[in-house]
Design a protein around this ligand. Structure first.
Ligand code: ATP
Length: 307
């Protein structure tokens, strides 16, 4: 659905994007994660045809965004970071206007508006001026306008920014529902949000793509934690000698049990080999588990690598 290759963009001396490549398949829900200024909005503006890259090519649904911008935009529902709205218009009037501007065929306008309103739970707000809505409801209106032409792909730029916790939960649920019918790419700087919603994560830092992985794979650390019931002989050298093990660090846990943290070389699953050597050696095993990294930890590790 999205093919991005070797995208670069500078604003004067600022390199907003630096040789970014990735692809997204139909039906995926992908989070674009990065701190402020990482290049997320720049990337999204290029994907949606609102900004030209200095270098690189983007294909959406096999169409070249630069050469076939209108056809591409007809396939995308786009929620910009600060969606422009008309505060004096009612929700209904605004959605009608947007359906006109999107050139939704006349006979499909009313059914499409009804569907978008249902999908975003705006049924009882239709006559209210947009300026009188809460931020959460305004964001729903932004999402509704993005759905009017029944796009195959939804691109949402920080859809929960500025919302209170209840509104954030509502918008997340909404995104989850929408993902049943569309491919979704959304940007965020909130790690837990991406972790909760996405199959896959793209991490941008300083304009470079630092990670592109399934959420579960990023969380897998390649570390195994072995907790023993009491002391045992030769544990550290035996573990360190296992194939694929980079290093082993002994620790003491809070209850005084000996703990060994086993770090893999390439992130492969080491627990079967650790289990086997423990059983063969007769160590009193209390616990053996794979360490799961939070996205926050991944993010911090990548950020340290950037410094
Ligand atoms: P945020 O989370 O703060 O919205 P972002 O990841 O979306 O950040 P961008 O808005 O794409 O990041 O900005 C990337 C870099 O490019 C930043 O250093 C920003 O200051 C710079 N930048 C963005 N737009 C312009 C512009 N029109 N002119 C000059 N510099 C810009």
């Amino acid at each position: 659905m999205i093919e991005v290759s070797h995208l670069s963009k500078t604003y004067g001396a600022i390199q907003a994007l630096n040789d970014v490549s990735f692809s997204i398949q139909e039906g995926e829900i992908v989070g674009l994660l990065g701190p402020n200024g990482a290049g997320k909005t720049t990337l999204i503006k290029i994907l949606t045809g609102y900004l030209q890259p200095d270098e690189g090519v983007v294909h959406i649904d096999s169409l070249d965004v630069l050469a076939q911008t209108e056809a591409v935009q007809a396939r995308i529902g786009y929620l910009p970071e600060n969606a422009p709205m008309y505060p004096e218009l009612s929700v209904q009037a605004y959605l009608k206007l947007m359906a006109d501007l999107r050139l939704v065929p006349v006979d499909q306008r009313t059914p499409n508006i009804i569907e978008a309103v249902r999908a975003t739970g705006l049924e009882d707000r239709m006559t209210q001026p947009i300026g009188q809505l809460s931020k959460g409801y305004r964001q729903r209106v932004g999402l509704a306008q993005a759905l009017l032409h029944k796009p195959k792909l939804l691109i949402l730029d920080e859809p929960t920014v500025g919302l209170d916790p209840t509104q954030i939960v509502e918008i997340r649920r909404l995104i989850q529902r929408l993902s049943q019918h569309s491919t979704i790419l959304f940007s965020s700087h909130i790690l837990s949000e991406v972790e909760a919603l996405c199959d896959r994560v793209l991490m941008l830092m300083n304009g470079r793509l630092r990670a592109d992985a399934l959420t579960g794979d990023l969380a897998a650390s390649g570390e195994v934690v072995l907790v023993l019931d009491g002391p045992a002989e030769g544990v550290q050298p035996a573990l360190a000698a296992l194939p694929g093990v980079a290093r082993v660090t002994p620790e003491q846990n809070r209850d005084g049990y000996p703990v060994y943290r086993v770090y893999g070389e390439k992130g492969e699953d080491l627990s079967p080999a650790v289990f086997q050597v423990a059983a063969q050696s007769g160590w009193p095993v209390r616990e053996l588990r794979d360490e799961v990294r939070s996205l926050e930890r991944v993010f911090n590790e990548l950020a340290v690598g950037e410094e």
